[in-house]
Design a protein. Structure first.
Length: 276
């Protein structure tokens, strides 16, 4: 099986390198094992633009772009699994002025880099709340695409970063932003059995009365998990506390089944069409 998955030693090392690029320890936030610019970028114009940005020289950066430098360049081109853009590099070296300069000359913070996502996702992976706050000041939530907002919000359920999520919400990110199945981040937190996150989201105002496309509601999900755990267990207590919080905010228990929710929805839609 290994030869099938990794057809060469070089490919295997490439994947291992990508995993080790971002490292964490028990006591520190994730750190990025950053190499010199030349490791990622081989275009002299790109190197000059990055150098100008790192020194906060906006005039020089504009000159570089006017001469053909691409503020969204990505590298190393030889890598099939992980690359950085100039903006990612500036974030990794924790240089706000470089970030500002690159944005001023056309760097796109919503443009993904292979393996690391867009700049917003990258900064959250690093748990750099100062840089995230800086980025959100320069590119407010209202200016971002729905796709970018959705990715940021739901990534923070898969890869919990409470401080980053709090910052996004403080900057105006919609707490009930739905994914493609109409699940909210609170519902996905319940699915992931991160009940403390779900409690926190409810306390921050997450709706307890939304419906997913398939008819699942927050109350149904909570009731489902409540029945899974032994009464008195830590997990059961957390789900029970979540249920109590939801009831305080208007959730009805016992909940309707997904089939009942879908049937009610179809009835309402039929009545609406009839009234038209």
């Amino acid at each position: 099986m290994v030869p099938t998955l990794f057809r060469s030693g070089a490919l295997f090392l490439e994947i291992i390198a990508a995993i080790l690029v971002i490292s964490t320890s028990a006591n520190t936030a994730p750190s990025f094992d950053l190499m010199p610019p030349e490791h990622y970028f081989n275009n002299p114009q790109t190197i000059s633009l990055l150098a100008a940005a790192l020194t906060g020289n906006t005039a020089k950066a504009r000159e570089c772009v006017a001469k053909g430098a691409n503020p969204n360049d990505e590298g190393p081109k030889t890598s099939l699994y992980y690359r950085l853009r100039l903006l990612h590099y500036a974030i990794a070296v924790k240089n706000p002025e470089a970030v500002r300069t690159l944005l001023d000359v056309g760097a796109d913070p919503e443009l993904a880099a292979m393996g690391f996502g867009a700049a917003f996702q990258f900064v959250m992976t690093l748990e750099d709340t100062d840089m995230l706050n800086f980025l959100l000041d320069l590119r407010p939530i209202a200016t971002l695409s729905k796709t970018t907002i959705k990715r940021m919000m739901f990534d923070l359920v898969i890869q919990p970063r409470p401080a980053c999520l709090d910052l996004l919400l403080t900057h105006g990110a919609p707490i009930d932003c739905p994914d493609d199945a109409d699940y909210t981040i609170m519902m996905r937190a319940v699915d992931a059995q991160d009940f403390e996150l779900a409690q926190w989201l409810v306390s921050r105002g997450a709706s307890v009365n939304v419906e997913a496309y398939n008819g699942v509601t927050p109350a149904y999900s909570v009731e489902f998990h409540l029945k899974k755990y032994e009464v008195g267990s830590s997990a059961h207590d957390k789900v029970l506390r979540l249920k109590e919080l939801m009831q305080e905010r208007g959730a009805v228990f016992p909940p309707l089944s997904p089939a009942e929710v879908r049937a009610n929805r179809e009835t309402k839609e039929s009545l609406s069409l009839y009234q038209q």
